[in-house]
Structure formats: C-alpha cells, structure tokens
Design a protein around this ligand. Structure first.
Ligand code: DAH
Length: 343
C-alpha cells in the first residue's frame, strides 16, 4: 500500500499540463471519484487494523499533496506566456471598436472657434435665461416694435414693478451687450450658445438651436473689415473657392445691416436643391453696430465703431454635412451620430 502511495505521488509530481484540458485530465486521474486517490481509499478497507493508523496518515498526506499539485498546475498555466492564457490577451483585435464620436454641432462649433481664434477672436459666454433688456431693449428693439415678434419668445417670468421680464434668449446677441458693458474696447470676440424660439418644430425649424455671435469694436472698424472677416471665415469653413455676397437687410441693432450669402459649394453656382437653384445660400445676418447699442452698453459711438454678425450653427452643419432635417441634431439616434466618427 505504501508503495502504491509512493507511486501515485511520483506520477502526480511528474505530471505536465500545458493547457486547461491537461489540467482537467490530472483532476480526473487523481482527484475525481474514480481517480487514483479514491481507489486507494477503497483499498484502505482491506488494510489490517494495526496498519490503519500509519497508512491512514499517509493517505491524508497524499490527498493534501495531490490537491496542492493541482492548484500548482492551475497557477503555472495562468502565469505561462503560452497561447493558452486566460488573462486578457492585449494583442487580440478589439471586439467593440466604437469609441463614440463628437456630435456634429460640437465639430462645427470647434471649427468655428478655431477659425475665428486665428483671426484674434476670443470666445465668450452669456446666460440663456435673460432679461428683456439684454435680449431686446439694449439692442435697440423699441417697445412694441414688430421686430420683437420676428423672434417668438418663451417667457420665464413676467416682470413686476422695476423688474424686467425674464425670457429664454432668442439669439446670442444678448452677450454683445454684456461683453461691451464688462470690458473696454478693443473687443474682438465670438459668442456661441443655445437659443430658444417658440416655433413649431419641423425639418427646418426647432424651438432650440445654436448661434454664433461675432463682435468687433475698435477705432475705425469699417464695413470692409466685416466683409473681409466673413469672406475669410467662409473660405476656411466651406472651401477656398467660396465667394460671398451681401444683401441689404434690417436688424434693430445694426445700421447698415446685411445678410451674408455664400456661393453654393455643392453645385458651384449652377443651381441645385440646397441653394434652391439660385447658386447662393444664406449663412448669416450682420452689420455695423448701431450707435444706440454702443450707448446702451456704455461705449462712446463718437470714438468707437464696430461690426457684428450672427449665424446658426445647425444651419452651417446642415450645409457642411448635407443634413436635411434639423431635428436629427437633438434625437440622439446613434445611426446618425455614428456617421461623424473621425470627422
Ligand atoms: N440676432 C440675429 C438673429 O438671431 C442674427 C444677427 C444679425 C446677429 C445681425 C448680429 C447681426 O449680430 O449683426 O436673427
């Protein structure tokens, strides 16, 4: 019996296992119900009484050693550098390569910020919940002027006594006034953010969208500076062959005012659906800051002049990426968002 125990111990000690299958074989041969250890325990019944104590001890030692050896084999396999590694293999190709992507509005926002930063424009922020003063009155919208109705407004609270109405800003132009109040000219900044209008939601209009506002105030700023700045921006954003055209327009806060069109970069002016066969697409409102706005913001219009412009970020993104429904920006449908990976 002792010889048998000795033999099993030696075999177990010599056992080599390179992979899970071979380790399992070890377990089956030695430790399972029908394995060698149990066989010996069965034989134990036939051991004469006077030897039972000694052999019993040896058998228990063997059991402990076999279990130890089994644990050892398992351990050495997980440490091995062979192919059968159960630890994650860093060299395997990735299973799910999706890292997510930036939202198209973020991409356009970043690009706009980059282009203007290179022309010396800083980025500024302002509140989305705004008083009537900053959103309208300071921007030269007269009380009861129909221009207030051009921008259907969401009201947050009705002003009482000395207090103003609080609203959701209808444009980013509110930040112009705040900026001119807070800092002395020269000022050269863009202001990007979300705006709200009480509009029926459709493929072309939404009750929330984003704008970028631009403001340049200094001595002797001219209409030519406005034109050159927006021409440079348009070329950077839509391609170096892009042309711009200015159409006379009206905004309470600029005089003179102009709408900026870019030459259609899809059909190159031949006429397509994007430009409605005109060869031009509108991208911005702009103009020379009205002297009343400068006065309302604490700047002397005799000393300083400036230009301002405002454009819709969704509109730029829709043109740039050929997106035909503004609602897609807010749906968070991954089939839409995934298309901007690596853009
Ligand atoms: N605030 C105008 C709008 O929401 C856009 C705009 C037009 C901004 C002319 C300007 C500007 O700064 O000069 O429609």
């Amino acid at each position: 019996m002792l010889e048998k125990i000795e033999k099993v111990l030696k075999e177990a000690g010599d056992w080599k296992a390179k992979n899970s299958e071979e380790i399992e074989k070890f377990r089956l041969s030695f430790l399972s119900k029908k394995g060698r250890l149990n066989e010996l325990f069965d034989d134990f019944k036939n051991v004469p009484n006077e030897k039972k104590r000694e052999i019993g001890q040896e058998l228990n030692k063997l059991k402990a050693k076999l279990e130890e050896r089994f644990a050892e084999l398992q351990q050495s396999k997980s440490n091995s550098a062979g192919l059968d590694i159960e630890k994650p293999d860093v060299f395997l190709p990735e299973i799910n390569g999706s890292l997510g992507s930036l939202h198209p509005l973020t991409l356009v926002r970043k690009r706009i910020t980059e282009i203007f930063a290179r022309m010396g424009f800083s980025s500024e922020d302002g509140p989305e919940i705004e008083s009537d003063w900053y959103n309208f009155t300071a921007l030269n919208f007269a009380e009861n002027h129909p221009a207030r109705e051009m921008q259907d407004t969401f009201f947050v609270s009705k002003g009482k006594e000395q207090k103003d109405d609080m609203i959701l800003r209808t444009h980013t132009s509110n930040v112009q006034v705040r900026l001119m109040e807070a800092k002395k000219p020269p000022l050269r900044s863009i202001m990007i953010g979300r705006v709200y209008r009480n509009e029926a939601i459709s493929a072309r209009a939404h009750c929330q969208f984003h704008q970028v506002e631009g403001l340049y105030i200094d001595k002797n700023v001219s209409f030519k500076d406005l034109k050159d700045t927006l021409l440079h921006f348009s070329k950077e954003m839509f391609g170096k062959d892009t042309k711009i055209r200015l159409r006379p327009s009206y905004f309470p806060f600029t005089e003179p005012s102009a709408e900026i069109d870019i030459s259609c970069f899809i059909c190159k002016g031949e006429g397509c659906n994007i430009c409605k066969k005109t060869g031009w697409v509108e991208i911005a409102g702009s103009g020379m800051v009205d002297p009343n706005v400068l006065i309302n913001s604490g700047i002397d219009p005799e000393e300083y002049t400036g230009f301002a412009f405002g454009m819709g970020i969704e509109r730029i993104a829709m043109l740039k990426y050929d997106i035909n429904d503004i609602r897609l920006f807010f749906d968070n449908d991954v089939r839409f968002l995934n298309q901007f990976q690596g853009a």
